[in-house]
Design a protein around this ligand. Structure first.
Ligand SMILES: Cc1cc2nc3c(=O)[nH]c(=O)nc-3n(C[C@H](O)[C@H](O)[C@H](O)COP(=O)(O)O)c2cc1C
Length: 172
């Protein structure tokens, strides 16, 4: 119901996250590196913005050190995960007892053009220069201009109903 100024109050955070948990999203690990500092986290917020110019976005919690390192490096990479990367997705989500400093010990990492860490078996790796960013509530939205891409074949890892899932193609 509207308040006296005619503004609708909005829904609670828990109603919002509960509703959006029903959506199905791809899972990526977004990474950045500046000098010898690197950061990476599992995200489901990556999506395309436009194709010309090639722009994507990711939303990252302000508390994550990714924000500080990305501000300094001006670059990040999106590594879209295949189905056999659930363990890696779990580690980069900070779940389990893997120490934060050694997240990059899991998986094989290289670089493309920007120097941001690229996962060797990523389904797709998108190497980005930061175009701009916008703070909204608890998160920063990073817009990345894609300057390099590497694709392989396989099936994407999904996340829905608060668990990992795999694509189940519908027979035609
Ligand atoms: C499937 C999945 C999707 C996630 N998506 C995001 C996201 O889009 N943005 C974000 O900031 N955190 C997201 N998280 C949470 C971060 O991965 C997690 O908070 C982060 O890795 C913790 O990092 P820290 O230990 O360095 O603080 C997601 C977690 C999971 C399991």
């Amino acid at each position: 119901m509207e308040d006296s100024s005619g503004v609708l109050p909005g829904i609670t955070a828990s109603a919002f996250t509960s509703a959006l948990s029903q959506a199905a999203n791809g899972v990526s690990v977004v990474t950045t590196k500046h000098g010898n500092r690197e950061a990476g986290l599992t995200v489901s917020s990556m999506c395309s913005v436009c194709a010309d110019p090639a722009l994507l976005l990711v939303c990252v919690n302000l508390d994550n050190e990714f924000c500080d390192i990305a501000d300094k490096s001006g670059v990040f990479a999106v590594n879209i995960l295949p189905t056999d990367c659930i363990d890696l997705a779990t580690v980069f989500a900070g779940l389990g007892d893997h120490p934060e400093q050694s997240r990059f010990d899991i998986g094989e990492w290289s670089t493309l053009s920007t120097g941001a860490p690229i996962l060797s078996n990523a389904l797709v790796a998108l190497d980005c220069e930061i175009d701009s960013s916008l703070a909204k509530g608890s998160h920063r939205v990073f817009f990345g201009k894609v300057v390099d891409v590497r694709t392989t074949s396989g099936e994407p890892l999904l996340y829905t109903d608060r668990r990992f899932a795999i694509v189940h193609p519908v027979p035609l």
